[in-house]
Design a binder for this molecule. Structure first.
Ligand code: GLA
Length: 418
């Protein structure tokens, strides 16, 4: 006789409301530095709806900002010292002199904070020392861009603290100075690439700084142009379930850099400035496979390129369906994106595949990994009344596969940094 173990209950990761997040950062600041901060700013994590590993190829991506945010309480100093503390880091207060803050000199999480100050100074902005206390409800290492949320929160906090005038204001979930925010996003990317040493593209920082509540951000990564596409799932009785697989992942490691390098090499071999060009030039696209086939790793390059060019097509199709009101019709595009990332781009993993398959079997209209991959999170488009059932089915599938219990969140398109 067997006894049935009780079904595992899904664990949810709720977003804090803004007042709570601000109060936490303020309290940490006051307890650490024994004075109140000058102000608190915050910035969201993101999920990408579609358009994965396209940003560094000059392609299209379609992220939304999450309601989960990172909060930065800051105060100005009159020297060049940065003192940092984070509720998520047990290491206590860290101190860095801006004069010493050069690429390679700052390690760990302070690189993301100090890196933003460094990038602003490199761009000629008058940024001096400051104290900062960080608290966050963006799950760390979950592929939801906790690092971009940290950079963007610090960027808008320093913008206010030093009167840089780049971030503008956010009214009704929309920022009023997109050009200034695009400049801040570029500086956050510099911080991440050069100070933190992670060779990521620009999607995450753009999502955190330039997204709009109730909309997905159609990002053209070639020229930085954006379009805000209405994205209100509740109006269609749908919801976006985020499955944090809790499988470890890191972009600083070599796989991400290898994918990026393969794409750049393929573009060079094809005589194109980037793979976006291949996606939109029918002639180039038609001869790409043959042109790459005689490389020693030709078969791999063909698949990498195929992922990128078909993924760019899928972003366009996804936006088209949203704009036609066919929101359910985006499901098959999500499925196709996942298959392409798994088979052609090879950035999925067992946990992500289990999450996607279990969500689909339990009634999701489409599901895919989101973010860089190799762990992190998946997203599933589900009928609103099936949210708990799909989460329960995914939790049960993880349990049955002997995997660590995942965590769940609900994604709605939330306001940008501010
Ligand atoms: C990570 C990077 C982004 C992007 C995605 C994949 O999230 O930070 O720049 O390349 O992976 O789409």
């Amino acid at each position: 006789m067997t006894t049935d173990a009780p079904a595992p209950q899904p664990t949810w990761t709720p977003a804090w409301d803004r007042a709570e997040g601000e109060e936490r950062a303020r309290a940490l600041f006051a307890a650490t530095f024994e004075s109140p901060p000058d102000g608190v700013r915050s910035a969201p994590g993101r999920v990408n709806l579609i358009g994965e590993h396209t940003d560094y190829n000059g392609g299209l991506a379609l992220p939304i900002a999450l309601p989960h945010r990172t909060y930065a309480a800051v105060a100005r100093r009159d020297d060049d010292l940065v003192r940092l503390v984070s509720a998520q880091e047990p290491s206590g207060v860290r101190e860095v002199r801006l004069a010493d803050a050069v690429p390679g000199a700052v390690t760990g999480w302070p690189a993301y904070v100090v890196g933003v100050a460094w990038a602003l100074r490199e761009a000629g902005h008058a940024v001096g020392g400051f104290d900062v206390a960080i608290d966050s409800c963006v799950p760390f290492g979950a592929g939801l861009s906790s690092s971009a949320a940290l950079e963007a929160a610090v960027a808008v906090a320093l913008d206010a603290l030093f009167g840089l005038g780049l971030a503008g204001t956010v009214v009704d979930g929309a920022a009023d100075d997109d050009a200034g925010r695009a400049a801040l996003a570029d500086l956050c990317v510099r911080a991440e690439n050069e100070m933190a040493g992670a060779p990521t593209g620009g999607m995450d920082q753009a999502a955190s700084l330039r997204a709009r509540a109730g909309h997905a951000l159609l990002l053209d990564c070639r020229d930085g142009a954006v379009r805000h596409v209405p994205f209100d799932l509740a109006a269609h009785d749908l919801a976006l379930l985020v499955v944090d697989t809790r499988a470890p992942h890191s972009h600083v490691d070599g796989e991400y850099a290898q994918r990026r390098a393969a794409c750049e090499r393929a573009a060079t071999l094809l005589g194109a400035p980037d793979l976006r060009e291949v996606a939109q030039d029918a002639d180039l696209r038609a001869r790409a496979d043959a042109a790459l086939a005689d490389q020693p790793d030709g078969e791999v390059l063909v698949r990498r390129v195929r992922h990128v060019v078909t993924e760019i097509d899928r972003v366009t199709a996804f936006v088209g369906r949203l704009e036609d009101g066919d929101v359910r019709g985006v499901g098959p595009l999500m499925d196709a994106s996942h298959a392409s990332l798994r088979d052609d781009y090879e950035v999925s993993c067992r946990e992500l595949d289990v999450a996607v398959a279990a969500a689909r079997e339990a009634g999701a209209l489409g599901a895919r990994m989101t973010g860089g991959g190799f762990g992190g999170s998946a997203v599933a488009l589900v009928p609103a009344e099936r949210l708990d059932a799909v989460a329960g089915a995914v939790a049960a599938a993880f349990d049955a596969a002997g995997l660590r219990a995942p965590a769940f969140a609900v994604a709605v398109a939330a306001p940008p940094a501010g």
